[in-house]
Design a protein around this ligand. Structure first.
Ligand SMILES: Cc1cc2nc3c(=O)[nH]c(=O)nc-3n(C[C@H](O)[C@H](O)[C@H](O)COP(=O)(O)OP(=O)(O)OC[C@H]3O[C@@H](n4cnc5c(N)ncnc54)[C@H](O)[C@@H]3O)c2cc1C
Length: 391
C-alpha cells in the first residue's frame, strides 16, 4: 500500500505520523522549512487533554522531559488582588499534568521521537498542488519533486495550502483584535511556585511562570489593531518592551517590572479560524490549525492538534476505507473544536466596560471528560457517534 502523505512537520503532522505508525500505517512527513526549528521562540502550555493524547502514542515522556509541569493557576486583577486559584487539569497525575515549553521545543521533541522510530521527515518540501485520482493522491512540491500516496493529510497550519485545495471557498483566518507579546526575563526578584501559572487580568491579560531557575516566561494579550507583517519583522524588542511596560506601569502588580527585565520579547497577531465547511475530499483531509484554530486565549491549539492526530489515526485504523474514516473523524471532532474556538473568541473579546482584554473568570480547562477519554484511548475501537433520533 502507498504511504500516507503528511504535509507539515509541526505538532499535528508529526503526532499524526507517530499515531499512524502505531496503527500499522506507513506515513512520510513533508515539511516546508529546511531546518528543524521553525519558530521564533514563543512558548505554549499543553493541557491534560493534550498530554493524554500524547500518552496514547507513547510520546508523553519525551514531551514531559522537554517541558516543565504546572499544577495550579492563580488569577489576580489589575489591583493585584487574588480573585481565584484553580487546579489545572489532571494535576494529580504526573503523566497528564499540564506542561509548558517552547513551541519549537515541542516540535523538536516530537520530530526526534519520529526519527528515532524510523518515520521519514523530508524537509524543504513546500507543497504546491494535490491531485486526487482513483486509488491515490499525488503531491507536488515547490522544488519540482512529486510524491504519491494513498491519502494526504494537510497538517500545514493556519495558512494552510491544503485547505483551499480541498475547498477554494474555504474561509481565511480572522484577526481577533489582540496582539500577543511573549517574553523571557531574568533577575526580576519576583517569586512564585514553579508549578503555578500566574495570571493578571488588568490593562492586558498577562500570564507568567517563574521557572525552577528563577527565570520568568511571560505573555501579554493586548487589545489593539492588527500589526502589519512589516511591523512584526521590523519592530525591535526594545520598542515592544517600552510600549508594553508603559501600559502596565500604573498597576500595582509585578507585570511592568517583569516586562522591563526581559532579555527577549516577541510579538504576534492573534487569529482564529472557525466554521471551515469542508474538511476533506475523498483522499485529502485537513487537521490541526489548517482545519480549525482558536485564538490563543484558551491555550488549547496544540492540545486540540494532538487530539486530532490520535482520533484520525484511530479512525483510519478502525474504518474500512478513507471515506468512512474521514466521516467518522469529522463527526467526532467538529463540535469539540468549534466549542473551543467559541470559548476562546469570547475570552478574546474586549471587556465592554473598558475596552481591555476581557477579565472573565477562568474555567477549569483541559480536563478530558469520559467521552473524550474513550475517543483518545488507543485500545477503545473508534465508532461514529450514535445519532440521537428526532421526535
Ligand atoms: C500566539 C499564540 C499562542 C499560542 N499558545 C498556545 C498555548 O498556550 N497552548 C496551545 O495548546 N496552543 C497554543 N497556540 C496554538 C498552537 O501553537 C497551534 O494550535 C499549533 O501549533 C497547531 O499545530 P499544527 O501542527 O496544526 O500547525 P503548526 O504548528 O503551525 O505546523 C504547521 C507546519 O506546516 C508547515 N507548512 C506550512 N505550509 C506548508 C506547505 N505548503 N508545505 C509543507 N509544509 C508546510 C509549517 O512550516 C509548520 O511546520 C498558540 C498559537 C499562537 C499563535
Amino acid at each position: 500500500m502507498a504511504p500516507i502523505l503528511i504535509i507539515g512537520g509541526g505538532i499535528a503532522g508529526v503526532a499524526s505520523a507517530l499515531a499512524l505508525q502505531k496503527a500499522g500505517l506507513e506515513a512520510t512527513v513533508y515539511e516546508a522549512h529546511p531546518h528543524n526549528s521553525q519558530d521564533g521562540g514563543a512558548f505554549l502550555t499543553l493541557a491534560s487533554n493534550g498530554m493524554r493524547a500524547l500518552q496514547q502514542i507513547d510520546a508523553d515522556a519525551v514531551v514531559a522531559e522537554a517541558g516543565s509541569s504546572l499544577r495550579t493557576m492563580r488569577v489576580c486583577n489589575g489591583a493585584g488582588t487574588e480573585v481565584a486559584t484553580v487546579p489545572l487539569g489532571d494535576h494529580r497525575d504526573p503523566a497528564t499534568r499540564y506542561r509548558y515549553l517552547t513551541r519549537a521545543g515541542l516540535c523538536a521533541a516530537l520530530q526526534q521521537e519520529a526519527q528515532r522510530r524510523g518515520i521519514p521527515i523530508q524537509r524543504g518540501k513546500r507543497l504546491t498542488r494535490v491531485i486526487e485520482h482513483r486509488g491515490g493522491v499525488t503531491a507536488d512540491f515547490s522544488d519540482g519533486t512529486r510524491a504519491a500516496g494513498e491519502i494526504l493529510i494537510g497538517a500545514d497550519g493556519l495558512n494552510s495550502t491544503v485547505r483551499p485545495l480541498i475547498d477554494p471557498a474555504a474561509p481565511a483566518p480572522r484577526y481577533v483584535g489582540q496582539r500577543v507579546f511573549y517574553g523571557y526575563s531574568r533577575n526580576t526578584g519576583v517569586r512564585s511556585d514553579p508549578d503555578c501559572f500566574q495570571v493578571i487580568r488588568g490593562a492586558a491579560a498577562f500570564g507568567y511562570i517563574v521557572t525552577q531557575q528563577q527565570d520568568i516566561w511571560w505573555f501579554a494579550r493586548v487589545v489593539d489593531d492588527e500589526l502589519h507583517r512589516r511591523d512584526l519583522t521590523s519592530g525591535t524588542p526594545t520598542r515592544w518592551q517600552a510600549e508594553l511596560s508603559a501600559m502596565l506601569q500604573s498597576e500595582p502588580t509585578p507585570a511592568a517590572g517583569i516586562v522591563e527585565a526581559a532579555h527577549r520579547v516577541l510579538v504576534t497577531n492573534a487569529y482564529d479560524l472557525a466554521d471551515v465547511p469542508t474538511w476533506h475530499r475523498t483522499r485529502t483531509i485537513v487537521i490541526g490549525d489548517a482545519a480549525h484554530a482558536a485564538s490563543p486565549a484558551t491555550g488549547q491549539g496544540a492540545s486540540m492538534a494532538l487530539e486530532d492526530a490520535v482520533v484520525l489515526a484511530k479512525a483510519l485504523r478502525d474504518q474500512p476505507d478513507p471515506a468512512g474514516a474521514f466521516t467518522t473523524y469529522e463527526q467526532l471532532r467538529r463540535e469539540r473544536v468549534q466549542a473551543n474556538i467559541t470559548a476562546s473568541a469570547r475570552m478574546s473579546a474586549p471587556d465592554p466596560t473598558n475596552g481591555r482584554a476581557a477579565s472573565r473568570p477562568p474555567r477549569s480547562p483541559g480536563t478530558p471528560d469520559e467521552a473524550l477519554t474513550a475517543q483518545l484511548d488507543w485500545h477503545v475501537p473508534l465508532a461514529p457517534p450514535s445519532r440521537t433520533r428526532g421526535p
